[in-house]
Design a protein around this ligand. Sequence first.
Ligand code: 8YV
Length: 314
Amino acid sequence: MARPDLIAIGAYKPWDIEAMESDYTLHRIPEASGLAGLAQELRGRVRALAYQGHKGFGGAEMDLLPELGVVANYGVGYDAIDVAAASARGIKVTNTPDVLNDDVADLAVALLLAQGRRIVQGSEWVRSGQWAARGEMVLNRKISGGRAGILGLGRIGREIADRLAGFKMDIHYWARSEKETPGWTYHADPVSLAGAVDYLIVALVGGAATRGFVSREVIGALGPGGVIVNISRGSTVDEAALLDALESGAIAGAGLDVFLNEPNIDPRFLKLDNVVLQPHQGSGTVDTRKAMGQLQRDNIAAFLAGRALLTPVN
Ligand code: 8YV
């Protein structure tokens, strides 16, 4: 029997390509814009698509593939995919939740520590010979025991909160509804949350509903001692307001893994000494990326076999 076709959009690692090639007739394209260039005959029969990337995949792309039944996203965040357009066409969307929670939470803590303890500057102090020439570096900031505010207490937010509780922090959070927690303080309003904490860690889902959620007002409420960490999506923060606050000292600093317009981020960030910048690598460990690829393929296999999807979105 002929193996099913699979279109894979994105830059996959060799182990993912090998695994997909062993089960499917694989058609790889770097971006969705390449779909129109695929043979019409293939486009007319393909039922499954593996998606990786942050550029939009919407109704226009779906309409190029009339038999498409599943878009399996490589990532927990599926804001790049127009799920309403997929549902309207009877197309299932899946994502890769849970397998990346630890890595993303680890990076959030790393950003917090790196910003407060000036880890990047400290490394440069040693490498540049300043330590030997000038002695001790400027003193930095105590992190343990501070007040942390988690914006979005989903699966990743909770992992972050658990870690920061281990740093003896007083945990506050905002979520759409109050959750069962070990004594953490709920805030129904993000401005109230920001006003109550030193560190604001953004762990929201992306997409239209959270665009600019960390508004100028939220950033202002954090105040001059405040630090923002964002491991969610650049879109969740009013980036212009964040840059203004970082430049003026309205907040103390930021640790950022995500930005608007990645990877061509606003050059204003590059001039700032009070930010730690990362290239959207929250889930970027070999272990986790392998698990994400496996879950993506498991969803595709389930769909093609007519079994229940493991992690459906719609
Ligand atoms: C990306 C992510 O998917 O899971 C998410 O939502 O943002 C990441 O894990 C990853 O960068 C691969 O594109």
